[in-house]
Design a protein around this ligand. Structure first.
Ligand code: CA
Length: 112
């Protein structure tokens, strides 16, 4: 029994992790889609920038992932700047708080 559980855990940790990230211009997933990614990675960290010229506009987002992936929402491009939000696993955010609204410029995704 123990060996079976350990094997299952290892299969999950070593398996491919998938995530979906959508960044919207307005609240309630409206306006232009100013960043969109569907990725599957075997662990590691990736930085996603909003589309060029669309900085300081994100007002809602969809983040769907397994609990092995974490997204950090950052107020500068190239994942440099202040983190204004963080989620491990899924997070649908139809409105953003004042300190995050119209500030997100990049999202750093790390999957185990
Ligand atoms: Ca906005």
């Amino acid at each position: 029994m123990k060996a079976t559980l350990l094997f299952s855990a290892l299969a999950v940790v070593c398996g491919t992790q998938a995530y979906v990230l959508r960044l919207y211009e307005h609240a309630n997933y409206k306006g232009d889609l100013i960043g969109s990614w569907d990725n599957a990675i075997n662990g590691g960290t990736y930085c996603h920038n909003v589309n060029r010229g669309r900085e300081n506009q994100v007002s809602s987002f969809i983040w769907t992932a397994t609990k092995l992936c974490t997204a950090k929402f950052i107020d500068g491009r190239d994942c440099h700047g202040k983190m204004v939000g963080r989620s491990t696993g899924g997070w649908w955010k139809e409105t953003l708080s004042a300190d995050a609204n119209d500030k997100i410029d990049s999202v750093e995704v790390t999957c185990l």
